[in-house]
Ligand binder design. Structure first.
Ligand SMILES: [Fe+2]
Length: 326
């Protein structure tokens, strides 16, 4: 597997000159995890700078445990940190009507006041009661197996640092704003929350298949494409908005530029994600990481997403692997 040296997301997540955007994703799969395939020296997190290479993930990994989680050091946030968060929330919130899905807009207040970076533990009190999920702090991007394992345990990893003022319009890695604002509100939506857990379980299976005695090559990459086109860049026909196109993917919801582009621009293709054939097309589609998406996949409900991704994916991986081999 490629290490961070060959990982394209490091240099290509954001392109200067494209206008303000924040499209950062802790997606499943090495292709979108800078350093994700860096070997983790067991028991040495404290002394090991995770991802240390020519493009190390940003963050202080000496604070992390063996599962890569760490306490949110809320006292370390400065007035400037809180102000950046407040301004990011204000800008993005103003863009949501007519572009973000109804469930997201309804759940956004669950993050609490937007004038300061919230305490994860305060959100957790509400989140655990709502859907059984919890937020856990992480120092930055983490490898795929720990990431999948957290999702499977209904624990969502949230980066605890925030971008600098110079990065207000774009940033290379997910920060606390992307992770909280983009991902967390829909964890209050039961069907979607269940889907994310199932995704984590499925991704662990995919990883095991890749490493089985008769390996299924590319399974994690195929599943990472599904993550990309749904959890990060997914669109839906929002029944509560009269069937209008709305964003539910975190990469869109936290991006001022692409949030408008994804629902309003005539340029991108918008393909249905409603059948197994659509699923195969999605998992067989490589994605753009250096510009706005040229294609989006559109669900008609979170129920559809959940039921579509419920079956065993092994036959799908095998089918795609066979296609890719020819
Ligand atoms: Fe993300």
């Amino acid at each position: 597997m490629a290490g961070s040296k060959s990982n394209p997301v490091a240099s290509a997540v954001i392109l200067p000159g494209q206008g303000p955007q924040d499209r950062l994703c802790r997606t499943a799969g090495a292709a979108a995890h800078p350093g994700a395939s860096e070997p983790h020296a067991a028991g040495s997190v404290g002394a090991y700078s995770y991802g240390a290479s020519d493009w190390p993930p940003r963050g202080d990994y000496s604070r992390a445990g063996n599962d890569y989680t760490c306490a949110q050091n809320h006292n370390a946030y400065t007035a400037e940190h809180h102000d950046i968060y407040r301004r990011l929330c204000a800008r993005q919130s103003a863009l949501l009507p007519g572009r973000a899905c109804s469930a997201f807009i309804d759940a956004l207040p669950q993050l609490g006041a937007s004038d300061a970076i919230p305490r994860f533990e305060a959100i957790n009190e509400r989140l655990f009661k709502a859907t059984g999920w919890q937020l856990v702090g992480v120092p930055g991007l983490i490898p795929e197996v720990p990431f999948f394992s957290l999702l499977a345990a209904r624990k969502f990893p949230v980066t605890d640092w925030i971008r600098t003022p110079a990065e207000f319009d774009y940033i290379v890695e997910p920060d606390v704003f992307h992770d909280l604002f983009g991902h967390v509100p829909l964890l209050f939506e039961q069907r979607y929350a269940d889907h994310i857990q199932a995704y984590g379980e499925g991704a662990l299976k995919a990883h095991a298949l890749e490493n089985a005695s008769e390996p299924v090559p590319g399974a994690v990459e195929m599943l990472s494409r599904l993550y990309w086109y749904t959890i990060e860049f997914g669109l839906m026909r929002d029944e509560r908005a009269g069937g209008q196109l709305r964003a539910y993917g975190a990469g869109l919801l936290s991006s001022p530029g692409e949030l408008a582009h994804c629902v309003q621009s005539p340029m991108p293709q918008r393909l249905p994600l409603a059948s197994t054939a659509d699923l195969l097309r999605c998992m067989g589609s490589s994605y753009k990481i250096d510009s706005f998406q040229q294609q989006y996949f559109v669900i008609d409900s979170f129920d559809t997403l959940r039921s579509l991704t419920e079956p065993d994916f092994r036959p799908l991986y095998q089918s795609l692997a066979a296609d890719l081999a020819h």
